[in-house]
Design a protein around this ligand. Structure first.
Ligand code: FMN
Length: 178
């Protein structure tokens, strides 16, 4: 594999992230979101819904009643991770997350099964068995917007290349030891 430039790697990162918002089979569709929980870090898979390179922001949906929502309110520092096997590219990011009500019109367009994800017992709470599907509660439909502060890209080329980009220096980026 040929060596990439700093700009080239960042362009590749954003191409994959943007594809993840549109292509349900692309691995960037399912980033891992890590939050700071009361007992330490917590990580889980979410669906990437939207992304803006110009704003340095990634959007995810979640249930306002879920523990991650409370964790973000308590401490908005989050991390994201994406592994792209075909591109041999690991994307790690740090962000400040905000939690806001989701768009009610968007919720109304979700199929009932997807709406039902926003209902019932708090995710992670003990239950006696598989719960019946419930009617979704639009007030629990929430948007997590991750305002990226840092992107760390590791390309498993030969030789490996790793670069860190910071919003604070306008995403210029710099090489670091892989
Ligand atoms: C493929 C996949 C996609 C998921 N997408 C979402 C999602 O978009 N939003 C969400 O809140 N949870 C999603 N989940 C469930 C979360 O991983 C997690 O189990 C749930 O949100 C509870 O997380 P918490 O207890 O840390 O709040 C998804 C899980 C998988 C396996």
């Amino acid at each position: 594999m040929t060596e990439q430039t700093l700009t080239g790697i960042l362009d590749t990162v954003w191409q994959h992230i943007l594809r993840g918002t549109a292509d349900r089979h692309h691995p960037a569709r399912h980033p891992t979101l890590a939050t700071i929980g009361p007992d330490g870090p917590e990580a889980r898979t979410l669906v990437l819904r939207a992304a803006s390179r110009s704003d340095g922001a990634l959007d995810l949906f979640t249930d306002a009643a879920s523990p991650k929502a409370a964790q973000i309110i308590a401490d908005p520092r989050v991390a994201l991770h994406i592994w792209l096997p075909k591109a041999q590219l690991q994307i790690r990011a740090r962000a400040i997350a905000t939690l806001a009500p989701g768009d009610p019109a968007l919720f109304a367009r979700l199929p009932p099964g997807a709406q039902a994800n926003y209902s019932g017992a708090i995710p992670g709470a003990p239950i006696t068995g598989t719960s019946d599907r419930q009617v979704g509660d639009a007030s629990r439909f929430s948007l997590i917007r991750c305002h990226l502060s840092l992107i760390d890209a590791l390309l498993l080329a030969d030789p490996h290349q790793r670069a860190i980009y910071r919003a604070s220096d306008d995403w210029q980026g710099g090489w670091v030891a892989p």
